[in-house]
Design a protein around this ligand. Structure first.
Ligand SMILES: [Zn+2]
Length: 377
């Protein structure tokens, strides 16, 4: 049986949340078993024909550093870990990712895939099933635990973590919130009067300790944030109005919405997209950037926000004392994502500086990505 939180769900003593939870949910993803089970050779999803010949080629790309990635993901995402491999490998282990992408481009793997002519799709299939098969064969049926049953700390519903869609884990972090609350958080409220909209948006601002931008619900990454803060932010997203609803109730533009809520003054404009402030006072454009900034300061790693690339007008997100630049690549589509990382890498290479690209999948394991800069313990 899974872990049960000892505390009551937040809806028990939160009337606004209790009312928001009664709203009809416009759509719910199909409740599918998305988990990869160590005791099931086929895995839990669709293998698209991935077989032993594919696996043999994939294994030629594998090295011991890939186990480190897999172990980190198993620790944070349990039986959902293979979903994060394609993106995490691209950021943390570029040579491995390039090797697998090469196989996909030359059609040396995934020949039975429905989308065999799309290297990006074959790459993802290979990263997920190749990694799954490799680790499962090596570690056996007890290699990692099955998806647990959990109690949602927001609404109290009991649910199986395997039904959480991959986007829910990417946005909200390790399994914790039920799929209904994830969808509620993603959508915001479409019902309620002007007062409910005002209260909701103020509560969201308080929970994120910043100014919600219009795309917050669509782009937020809560991985790497402490559980009680994650709970408060999910509640804020659930009670806050959907952007379209907020604009109907409070003002024609998002700026008017923020002004009507008293969150910003008449003269406010987001300075270079700053929506919240890190513990050390650095401006951040998102909660994820704040998670990274706070990690750096908590571990005594000196960092300079928004440094320029040498000889370029472009700016990175942070610069470290040894000259390394860090970029956080937030939630992007697969194509945008690889293109953006490739672009940043070539700018850095041309400028002769080291570049570290962080992705949402890194947020629960920043100690790994930033291990080289951590003081010896
Ligand atoms: Zn829930």
């Amino acid at each position: 049986m899974g872990v049960y939180p000892a505390t009551m769900p937040r809806s028990d003593d939160d009337p606004e949340l209790a009312v928001a939870l009664l709203d009809e949910i416009a759509w719910l993803p199909v409740e599918h078993d998305w988990s990869f089970r160590a005791d099931q050779p086929e895995g839990g999803f669709n293998r698209y024909g991935w077989g032993s010949a594919d696996q043999a080629r994939f294994d030629e790309c594998w090295d011991t550093d890939v186990y480190v990635l897999a172990d980190d993901l198993i620790a944070t995402s349990g039986a959902m870990w293979p979903w994060a491999m394609p993106r995490l490998a691209l950021a943390r282990h570029p040579s491995f990712a390039a090797c697998v992408l090469g196989l996909a481009e030359r059609r040396e793997v995934g020949r039975r895939h429905t989308y065999r002519d799309r290297p990006q799709s074959v790459y993802e299939l290979a990263m997920m099933y190749g990694s799954f098969d490799h680790v499962r064969l090596e570690r056996g049926p007890d290699g990692w635990p099955p998806a647990p049953w959990l109690a949602c700390p927001v609404c109290g519903a009991r649910f199986w973590a395997a039904i959480l869609s991959p986007w829910m884990l990417r946005q909200y972090g390790p399994p914790r919130f039920c799929n209904r609350c994830c969808v509620r958080a993603r959508n915001g409220r479409s019902w309620g009067d002007r007062d409910a909209a005002l209260t909701g948006i103020r509560r969201l601002a308080a929970a994120i300790e910043g100014i919600p931008d219009q795309q917050l619900a669509a782009h937020v990454s809560l991985a790497g944030i402490a559980d009680d803060r994650r709970d408060a932010i999910i509640v804020g997203l659930i009670v806050a109005p959907a952007p379209s609803s907020a604009k109907e109730q409070l003002g024609a533009t998002w700026l008017r919405v923020l002004q009507a809520s008293g969150l910003v003054g008449e003269a406010w404009r987001p300075a270079r997209g700053t929506y919240c402030i890190a513990t050390d006072g650095h401006p951040c454009r998102s909660l994820a950037e704040r998670t990274v900034d706070d990690f750096l300061s908590a571990h005594g790693i000196a960092h300079d926000p928004e440094p320029r690339y040498p000889g370029s007008a472009r700016r990175a997100d942070w610069g470290l004392a040894d000259g390394t630049l860090i970029e956080y690549a937030g939630l992007l589509t697969d194509d945008e994502y690889s293109a953006k990382i490739a672009e940043k890498r070539s700018i850095a290479a041309a400028s002769g500086v080291g570049l570290l690209v962080l992705v949402p999948e890194d947020l629960p394991n920043l100690g790994r990505a930033l291990g080289a800069w951590l003081p010896p313990s």
